[in-house]
Design a protein around this ligand. Structure first.
Ligand code: PA5
Length: 446
């Protein structure tokens, strides 16, 4: 089971603060369970893991199997919550060089619809020219510009390359049950569809088909992912004492640190496979807590890589940060430190030891150095990188995010700030219906 160690953070928090905040954390967790908190129309994620039936998993697996048979490449089009969860899980599980490995048993999964870069889209469509590709069009609203643009291009290319009938078999839509362009197109074309439930917000949707279908297509065991999440759902429920609930402990300590002036949280990993877990976590916490002029700024680093770039700042810069280290117990492979006859680098003393032992000492040494430098440190450990433990981690972060946001006294489930750029972009582009805004913004920039 995921473990949390807060012993290297406590010295930075006023004595007794953690105990005092226990009642708040319990109340926040109870409000989530009872559905009495702000944003309570978006609590569908709470019991998603335990509510997923074997039949539903089988339906997703069957669709995944069709795409696995019919495609060498599958493009997942989506942005934000309709993108990051699937990518985070797939990249945590897959071979670091998956794209380069010939003779693959799994289709290559590509991600698009998450930017408006012309070069990216040119290069993507060019790459796909000789591929038997399929598309998963993921958009809850069904109208997000980045995704809609990408889907237009991919639908046309897929139909031209593979014929309209085959395209209908290898394009899947994951969207609202009735509303939006993605739903309308899917109905018209007869695509296989999955629904994003109304009461699950984008950033909490990785355990819906939004995450589960791409993960299954990539060849991973979604039943184990759901099992890990289900076990964490039980471990973080209000019938567990707060002091044994890892999500409540995480929420308490990060709020206590925030109140003590630590405004930035850095999520640090020691495996490049976790890079996108960091990206997913940034969205989850950034969109949930950054509002009403409040909220911890979520940042992420990949270590030891970034110790050679951001390490100086973390060790010695402005003391407004704390660090949460994501640690993996056992790697999935073994590599031993090799012997070198000449020993010019002086590293023969490490000969025969696991590389992971060196990595773990880098992790511990860095933690201690950062604490000495005034950076509070939290340690989250999972046993290994597999579907079950990633399922635990996902639900842990989601539950802690709900508790933490409510303790901060914000609505963790809305994102009003995301609309501002869209309004300006449409006004600048002269979208019909935006005439007044277009006039005003053009005045502003002339
Ligand atoms: O968390 C969120 O709500 C957002 O990040 C959305 O997922 C993102 O904006 C994409 O929206 P949609 O799925 O409607 O295309």
């Amino acid at each position: 089971m995921l473990k949390i160690d807060i012993s290297k953070a406590l010295q930075f928090i006023p004595e007794g603060a953690v105990q005092k905040m226990g009642a708040d954390a319990h109340a926040a967790n109870k409000a989530l369970e009872d559905g009495t908190c702000p944003g309570n129309d978006f609590l569908g994620w709470m019991h998603l893991p335990s509510g997923i039936t074997p039949e539903f998993v089988a339906e997703i697996q069957a669709t995944a199997e069709t795409l696995r048979q019919e495609c060498d490449t599958v493009v997942v089009a989506g942005i934000g919550g309709s993108y990051l969860g699937a990518r985070a899980v797939i990249e945590a599980l897959q071979n670091s060089f998956a794209w380069l490995i010939a003779d693959k048993k799994n289709p290559t999964i590509l991600f698009a619809g998450n930017n408006i870069s012309e070069d990216y889209l040119y290069e993507l469509t060019n790459y796909l020219k000789d591929k038997k590709f399929g598309v998963i069009n993921i958009s809850k609203s069904g109208t997000t510009t980045e995704t809609a643009l990408t889907f237009r291009l991919l639908k046309k290319q897929c139909e031209e390359q593979r014929g309209v009938e085959t395209a209908r078999k290898v394009i899947v839509a994951i969207t609202d049950a009735v509303k939006g362009a993605a739903r309308q197109t899917a109905t018209k074309e007869g695509y296989k569809t999955f629904v994003i439930p109304d009461n699950v917000g984008g950033r909490f949707s990785v355990l819906t088909p939004v995450g589960l279908l791409p993960i299954a297509i990539a060849g991973y065991d979604i039943a184990q992912l759901v099992k890990g999440a289900t076990d964490m759902e039980a471990a973080t429920a209000t019938d567990q004492p707060v002091e044994e609930n890892p999500a409540a402990i995480y929420a308490i300590v990060r709020n206590a640190l925030y109140q003590s002036g630590k405004k930035i949280e850095i999520l640090a990993n020691y495996s490049p496979k976790l890079h996108f877990i960091g990206e997913w976590w940034k969205q989850l916490y950034g969109e949930s807590e950054g509002k009403d002029k409040k909220g911890i700024f979520p940042a992420a680093v990949d270590l030891t890589t970034d110790l050679h770039s951001m390490g100086q700042w973390i060790q010695d810069g402005e003391r407004t940060i704390f660090e949460t280290v994501l640690s993996i117990g056992e790697p999935n492979h073994t590599v031993l430190f090799p012997h070198d006859e000449e020993n010019l680098d002086g590293l023969n003393f490490l000969e025969g030891r696991r590389v992971d032992q060196v990595n773990k000492m880098a992790e511990l040494g860095t933690q201690l150095a950062h604490v000495d430098g005034g950076v509070p440190n939290l340690l989250l450990s999972i046993d290994r990188l597999d579907e079950y433990h990633i399922g635990q981690l996902i639900y842990f972060f989601e539950r802690a995010c709900g508790i933490s946001g409510l303790m901060l006294k914000v609505n963790p489930f809305d994102q009003p700030g995301v609309e501002a750029y869209k309004k300006n972009m449409f006004a600048l582009l002269g979208k019909p219906g935006y005439e007044e805004a277009t006039k005003a913004i053009r005045e502003r920039i002339k």
